[in-house]
Design a protein around this ligand. Structure first.
Ligand SMILES: Nc1ncnc2c1ncn2[C@@H]1O[C@H](COP(=O)(O)OP(=O)(O)OP(=O)(O)O)[C@@H](O)[C@H]1O
Length: 236
């Protein structure tokens, strides 16, 4: 029975012989082994095309793994697409480059929707108020439509949405590329403060090595991913 696992055991992420290719194209990922302990803060780097986003999409269950991939104690490769969606909504926070907010909904409704899909109990409004305050956004922005916010504000709302269900794993894909170096640093510090529980695991993708100092671990796709090293053209 592939019931979602809420009791955490062992590593937050455990990968073994993880291989992936898009629609019979060349192998994009070939990771013999990789694990991240619970509470790990990983800075994931690598050249363009080395598979960072693909790996994050597999960890989030957006892409289906074709080999062993365990997240928060749950083998994701054993779950159907629907179950992976449910697992992600309940246990994983995701912030991608495009934020993916629903533009015509208010900030509060964007957060409510995420709480609904994550089956969050409790008062979503007060949790949202607390989160926007933590992320240094004015409370009145809760009523504003997402499309009326600046990029920097949307970025913080995307984090609030990712945190609304108190995820044990947060996956963040290059959300700072539009910011200047000082703003990037401030953003990462804010993210760290907002997500500081020792049980919480963070994987943060970025090209900006200056940000690596905020993280307890650095992983490099050039070392992790054999498909990149060999630049394999074998179809899988
Ligand atoms: N939907 C897709 N269909 C086919 N190939 C894809 C798809 N998405 C990515 N790829 C290929 O997979 C490889 C890894 O891409 P990915 O986006 O994971 O790299 P990345 O390290 O995140 O790159 P970047 O830093 O430029 O965002 C690339 O060769 C890319 O062309």
């Amino acid at each position: 029975m592939n019931a979602p696992v809420t009791q955490l055991t062992g590593d937050a992420i455990a990968v073994e012989q993880l291989q992936f290719c898009y629609r019979c194209g060349p192998a994009v990922l070939d990771i013999p082994r990789w694990s991240v302990p619970r509470g790990g803060r990983v800075f994931l780097r690598g050249p363009s095309g080395s598979g960072k986003s693909t790996l994050l999409n597999l960890l989030a269950g957006i892409l289906a793994a074709q080999s062993h991939l365990e997240v928060l104690g749950q083998p994701l490769d054993a779950l159907s697409g629907r179950r992976r969606d449910r697992f992600r909504a309940r246990h994983i926070g995701v912030v991608f480059q495009q934020f993916n907010l629903i533009p015509y909904l208010s900030v509060l409704d964007n957060l409510r929707l995420a709480a609904h899909f994550g089956n969050s109990s409790g008062d979503v409004r007060s949790r949202s108020t607390e989160l926007v305050a933590r992320l240094k956004l004015d409370e009145h922005l809760l009523e504003r439509r997402a499309e009326q916010l600046s990029v920097g504000q949307q970025q913080r709302v995307a984090i609030a949405r990712a945190l609304i269900n108190r995820p044990r794993l947060l996956l963040v894909d290059e959300p700072t590329s539009a910011l200047d170096p000082e703003a990037r640093d401030a953003f990462v510090q804010l993210l760290m403060r907002s997500y500081r529980d020792v049980e919480n695991t963070l994987v943060f993708v970025s090209h900006d090595m200056a940000l690596a100092r905020h993280f307890s671990m650095v992983a490099d796709m050039r070392e992790l991913n054999r498909a990149w090293k060999t630049e394999s053209t074998d179809a899988c």
